[in-house]
Design a protein around this ligand. Structure first.
Ligand code: SAH
Length: 346
């Protein structure tokens, strides 16, 4: 690894002062900045409107630590999973999920994860480090070009449902999303972006205060504390009433309905008590429920509930006027589905 600074860690004004210090005009700094962000260039050699001398000056002072596709897998349902190599040889995974109407990028926010959801493959790895804003941005650029190449259209949606807990890498997440949404960068509307969290209440409030424009999904899986503590042990420090408070606060500030992600398992949350607790939880702020198909991760403890129970959930929620959708698994044959990202490469 080289010791030079990554040029993409510089703000425009910082890059401009580098240019000024080297007696170069400021507008050239803006041109380089556009190459880096608007045109997602990963090489100084592409910057054709920048003189060779200036390119050499940049090369001598900076690097562009871009990501690389280490392994590409395409599922028989069209889902594409990329093992992404970072500049320090670590790996994360990013997935493209095509449907008839959408092409969605599922993006990682951390290498590994510090949480311990028992049903998730990523939680079996430690959290190694946070991704930088440009590593978050690069995943979207990479998957967007795959979407164009394979499906003839740009990404319609971006979900932070890959590896890691996005709200435990908040600053970089926001910087990355800013580049994804800004005119300086990809210009994708934040309304097409969803950040999924396992429920870090303090950070949900912070996001509300920061007036973010993207959508929020919360991995609830149970509205009963005891069950939630068992399947997501870290939630002992993140009680449901605090989560509920944070969600109310989120709604009061953003007027955006949250989505609860919810998996139904046999003998864990398949009874009336759990269904009723979910209904009650949902009623405290405008919300909808996304019932997620469980993807097995070699645990005998977690077994997906029958379709009869799922229908019971759906009917009860609908009877209570709570919108509900069912998310079918995609890319299971290549371990690209939710909770299966654990980079077997390593
Ligand atoms: N840490 C964030 C984002 C990553 S997980 C979060 O917890 O929301 C993305 C989604 O996949 C979450 O809703 C998570 O609960 C779900 N998930 C995890 N393991 C799964 C599995 N084995 N099958 C289906 N969904 C799973």
């Amino acid at each position: 690894m080289e010791n030079k600074n990554d040029i993409r860690s510089l703000k425009l004004d910082e890059l401009t002062s580098f240019f000024q210090k080297n007696n170069l005009p400021s507008y050239k700094a803006k041109q380089v900045y556009d190459w880096l962000w608007k045109k997602s260039s990963i090489s100084f050699d592409n910057m054709t409107n920048i003189s060779l001398e200036t390119r050499d000056l940049l090369k001598n002072n900076f690097v562009i630590n871009h990501i690389k596709i280490e392994k590409f897998q395409k599922s028989n349902d069209g889902t594409i999973k990329n093992a992404i190599l970072l500049h320090d040889n670590l790996l994360v995974e990013s997935v493209l999920i095509p449907t008839k109407t959408r092409t969605t990028a599922c993006v990682s926010s951390q290498v590994g994860c510090s949480l311990d959801c028992e049903f998730c493959a990523t939680s079996k790895m430690d959290r190694i480090r946070n991704l930088n804003p440009d590593e978050i941005y690069d995943q979207v650029v990479t998957i967007n070009s795959q979407s164009l190449n394979y499906y003839g259209k740009p990404l319609s949606n971006i979900v932070f449902m890959g590896m890691g807990e996005p709200l435990l890498n908040y600053n970089n997440l926001i910087k990355g999303i800013t580049k994804i949404t800004n005119k300086e960068g990809l210009g994708i509307s934040p309304r097409r972006i969803t950040v999924s969290t396992s429920g870090i209440s303090k950070m949900i409030k912070k996001m509300a205060d920061d007036n973010v424009k993207f959508n929020l999904a919360i991995s609830l899986h149970s509205a009963i504390e005891k069950t939630r503590n068992k399947i997501m042990p870290f939630t002992k420090n993140f009680p449901l009433d605090e989560l509920n408070e944070a969600i109310k606060y989120w709604y009061s500030k953003t007027k955006k309905m949250v989505t609860y992600e919810y998996i139904v398992w046999n003998s864990i949350n398949d009874d009336d008590e759990h269904i009723n607790a979910l209904v009650k939880f949902c009623k405290s702020s405008p919300s909808k429920v996304n019932l997620i198909e469980y993807n097995s991760v070699n645990s005998s403890f977690f077994v997906s509930a029958s379709s009869r129970i799922i229908s019971k959930y759906v009917n009860t929620l609908e009877n209570n006027k709570i919108p509900v959708t069912i998310r079918k698994s995609r890319g299971k044959d290549i371990d690209a589905a939710c909770g299966q990202l654990a980079n077997k490469l390593k």
